[in-house]
Every structure is written in C-alpha cells, then in structure tokens.
Design a protein around this ligand. Structure first.
Ligand SMILES: C[S@@+](CC[C@H](N)C(=O)[O-])C[C@H]1O[C@@H](n2cnc3c(N)ncnc32)[C@H](O)[C@@H]1O
Length: 336
C-alpha cells in the first residue's frame, strides 16, 4: 500500500523536539561573551570564533540560534550585529542585562558547554560513531530516525525527479524510511539501502514489514572504506551531509560522482539553513544537535551547491519538499 503524504506537516513536532536547545543556547551565548564582543560592532562568524577562542562550527551554531530568536541580525554579507533586543537584555552595560540567565539549572546547557569547547569531537556521539554504540542504543536511535523521517519521506516521494530514476542507492539509508516511501510511491523504482551491519539488520525488518523486499534491497558497507555498488542512476543521502565535517562531505560527494553514470542524479534530503544563517529557529537548533552528537552542521543551499560543484556536479536545484526538509539535486554531466 502506498504511503500517503500526511495532510498536515510535522513542523510542530520538529519545533517541540529542537527547541529544547533554545534556552540552553541562550544561556551559553551570554556566558561566552558573544554580546560584549558584538557590542563593539558587527563581525563575521570566523572573526567572532577567533576572538572567543571557539571553533567556527560551534560559533555558527550558537549565532544562528540567537539570531533566529532576534538578538542578532545579519547584515546580509555574513556579518552579525546586535539588535536592540540583544543590546538591551544581553549586554553587560545595559541596566536591563539578564545576568541571571547563565545561572538556571540545565543539564542540556552543561552538555553544550562541553560541546562548544570540544570543538570537532561530539560529546554524545550518535550516527558518526554508530559502529561503537551498544546494539540497544543503535536500535533506539534508528527508531527515532525512522519516526522522524517517515512523513518527510512520503513528501519527498512526490518530487518529480524520482519518476526519472530507475535504480536508487540510499547511502547510509538507516532503516530505509526514505527508500520505502519512494518505492511504495513509484512501483518501478528499485532501491538499495546501504549502511553498516547493525543498521542493515533493522532496515531488513522494516522492508519485510512493508512487503517491499522484492524492490528494496540492503547492502552492508562502510561508505568511507568499502567500495560502493554500481548500476544506480540515482544516489540519495538523507540527513547524511549534516552529520559530517566538510572534508568527509567532500569525500562523499567525490565518491558519489565516481559511482554515478553520466547523466546520473545525486539527491540530498536535508533541512536547510537560510542563506543568512539566521534561521529558521528549529533548523538552527539542529546545528546545536549536530554539535552535541555529530561532526557536522545544517547547511545553506549555497554551501551544498559549492560542495557538489567542487565534485563536478552540475544543474543544481534546491526545492522545499516537506516540513522543514528540502530536496537538493544535481547531475553528473553526460560528457564527463
Ligand atoms: C542521521 S542517520 C540518517 C538515516 C537515513 N538516511 C534517514 O534519512 O533517515 C545517519 C546514518 O548514517 C549511517 N552511517 C554512519 N556512518 C556510516 C558509515 N561509515 N557507512 C555507512 N553508513 C553510516 C548510520 O548508521 C545512520 O543510519
């Protein structure tokens, strides 16, 4: 049976899930001296990071959240300055400075304090260290991923590009939620979900449950170390680029380019940050989640375009697909 697109989107669930990071991020933003620094004038994220002794990734994540809240504003060229709200309530010189903020008890803020100093090593690793997690933790994480991505997967399946793809490799496809929705919507589409062994076991269960074993297959492989199966005219990465550091994303884009035949399509399913990197608030909060659990961040459409173009891809398109998600596609040119 086709998985119908829900008639209402799941943004409210994503908001409720992600905004648990909002107040802890606000607390930490005050402690690190962000507003004092920006009180001297607008500054780029790398400059703020250097002045505060933090990584660019951590600074960008914190700045995006407090900008989405309205305490900072972008000047449109990558620099952020204080808004009247930021100046009034978050700067030490103001009589209304909320010096109490950092003193609320918050376990999430404690973890975030460690994460922003740990720089590129996640303090509570999930997907990027899935091979080292106990099996019950893997199953719990994959259940969350499955539930979170299934509605968006149904929405993704409505995108016309999937009418033109015949064989799709779902790289690091997890439980196969995206492939299952795509295969159920497109009766001629064949998919292969590629992931690490413990996750493949869970994917197989989901595929059997949905009765799609004839068209959704499973490939056990480490996407960085093993060779990728060939013969696919489409490659899909759902919530994968946001997990990894830039160099790993470049490697994945290069491998995707090598694997696809000329004319093949790469598809990224991601929640995109605005070009100014000042929201939406929920997507900005996912960059905080990436800081705690993974090695990556939420990208803008332009950042993904640059990544794919570097690998050789052309004809880049970013289309909102469902809820907070967008489908980003690009092609391997026919004459490469
Ligand atoms: C955030 S989940 C995304 C799952 C799925 N694509 C989705 O959108 O629901 C990240 C996935 O990457 C997988 N993964 C992590 N490291 C991997 C590796 N080296 N090779 C293959 N898969 C990997 C994890 O097992 C997990 O299924």
């Amino acid at each position: 049976m086709t998985l119908q697109v829900p008639t209402v989107d799941d943004k409210a669930i994503y908001d409720a899930y992600a905004t648990r990071f909002v107040f802890p991020t606000l607390m930490v933003s005050v402690e690190i001296g962000l507003y004092e620094h920006l009180g001297r004038g607008p500054c780029s994220v790398p400059d703020v990071a250097e002045a505060l002794g933090l990584s660019v990734r951590a600074t960008e994540a914190v700045v995006a959240v407090v900008a989405a809240l309205g305490f900072l504003e972008s000047d449109g060229s990558g620099r952020f300055g204080l808004t009247p709200q930021g100046e009034t309530y978050l700067c030490g010189a103001s009589p209304f400075f909320r010096r109490d903020l950092p003193h609320f008890e918050s376990p999430v803020a404690d973890t975030l304090r460690r994460a922003i100093r740990a720089s590129d090593v996640p303090v509570q690793p999930l997907a990027v260290q899935i091979a080292e997690l106990p099996s019950e933790r893997v199953r719990a994480f994959m259940e969350v991923m499955h539930a979170m991505t299934l509605p968006a997967a149904a929405g993704l399946a409505e995108q016309s590009v999937f009418q033109r793809i015949h064989k799709l490799l779902d790289v690091a496809g997890g439980t196969g939620s995206l492939s299952l929705a795509l295969a159920s919507r497109h009766p001629k589409l064949e998919c292969a979900v590629m992931d690490l062994a413990p996750v493949c076991t869970i994917a197989r269960e989901q595929i059997v449950r949905r009765g799609l074993s004839d068209r959704v297959h499973v490939v056990t492989a480490n996407m960085f170390e093993d060779s990728w199966p060939t013969g696919f005219d489409g490659l899909l990465f759902g919530n994968i680029f946001h997990d990894w550091d830039l160099e790993s994303c470049r490697r994945l884009a290069r491998r995707a380019f090598e694997t696809l035949p000329p004319g093949g399509t790469i598809c990224l399913h991601e929640m995109l940050l605005s070009e100014a990197k000042d929201g939406p608030l929920t997507v900005a909060c996912f960059s905080i989640a990436m800081l705690l659990h993974e090695k990556g961040k939420q990208f803008t459409a332009t950042e993904l375009q640059q990544l794919l173009a570097e690998a050789g891809f052309i004809e880049f398109r970013a289309t909102p697909s469902y809820g907070y998600y967008s489908l980003v596609t690009a092609k391997k040119g026919c004459r490469t």
